[in-house]
Design a protein around this ligand. Structure first.
Ligand SMILES: [Zn+2]
Length: 296
């Protein structure tokens, strides 16, 4: 079977939509995946699973079906089976493949192929995930700035504000939930080779001793950005799930851009507060930032 890559409206912030059901596929565990031509649902990404799935409802012929999960599916160039998550053997966006948003149902919806589905995302959950995701990107920029003096040499990658991009160079994992974004950074040999200094020098204390001061600097910057109510948008080159989208925030320091497949706030004024907590593992090999948005 060949299915077109799903068109998505979540990058612009949509939480409702209507579309034709193109296929229903049985999944492991007695679950079923519904494929529509277009959807507002954000699926978990199989390559970089940072933002959790949208949940919600799919209504067909007046019957509401609970969407209990939403994942990325893919069909190879020769058609055949819909593969899910870790079973997909290629990276997101491989142009030979079709990329599908799979709305997961707990039971068989019956014969609904060809019918029109009304799609509705749980908007409160989405709003909380968007707040965490916007917070995650702002943390990246604020942390890069606070750590900039610790680079002995140019690591060859800078962020939108010209600071060495600690966030992307050291990133081990980034996970959002409805409460916070948790970003884990690896401070290993390769980061040191690129020029990052965690040890004490004549200019600054060891990273462990500098944490309270760094945390304060990052939080001051985050509070400043929340206070200016900067507009946020996701630039979308095309409607396909796999389009290379970019987060864009108009901050006083300039236009910030970060490639991103998730969902976001429309303005930073939707937040009352954004604070991070920095923790260093005992052996100093891992820095963890837990960034909590408080919504206005
Ligand atoms: Zn992102």
């Amino acid at each position: 079977m060949t299915l077109p890559t799903t068109h998505v409206s979540f990058p612009a912030g949509a939480v409702t939509g209507e579309s034709t059901v193109l296929a229903v596929h049985p999944l492991d565990g007695g679950r079923y995946a519904v494929v529509t031509g277009a959807t507002p649902f954000h699926p978990l990404d199989h390559t970089w699973p940072d933002q959790p799935a949208d949940l919600g409802t799919l209504t067909v012929d007046g019957v509401g079906l609970a969407v209990v999960d939403c994942v990325t599916g893919a069909v190879g160039p020769d058609g055949g089976q819909v593969l899910v998550g870790a079973d997909i053997p290629v990276r997101r966006g491989d142009e030979e493949w079709s990329w599908l948003v799979l709305h997961v149902l707990a039971a068989d919806p019956g014969d609904i192929v060809g019918r029109t589905a009304a799609l509705a995302v749980d908007a409160a959950r989405r709003g909380a995930l968007s707040a965490s995701h916007s917070g995650c990107h702002l943390l990246a920029l604020a942390l890069n700035e606070a750590l900039a003096p610790r680079w002995r040499k140019d690591p060859g990658r800078t962020d939108a504000f010209g600071h060495p991009d600690f966030d992307s160079l050291a990133m081990a994992s980034s996970v959002m939930d409805t409460e916070a974004s948790t970003d884990t950074y690896r401070l290993g040999k390769s980061l040191r080779k690129k020029g990052f200094t965690a040890e004490a020098t004549e200019e600054f204390p060891a990273l462990a001793d500098a944490l309270p001061e760094l945390t304060e600097a990052v939080n001051r910057r985050l509070a400043g950005w929340v206070a200016v109510d900067a507009p946020v948008r996701v630039d979308v080159p095309g409607p396909e799930l796999t389009a290379r989208r970019e987060w864009h925030c108009e901050l006083p320091e300039g236009a910030a851009r970060i490639f991103c497949g998730g969902t976001h706030l429309h303005r930073l004024g939707e937040l009352a507060e954004l604070r991070t907590e920095l923790r260093l593992s005992e052996d100093g090999s891992e820095l963890v930032a837990v960034t909590r948005p408080k919504r206005a």
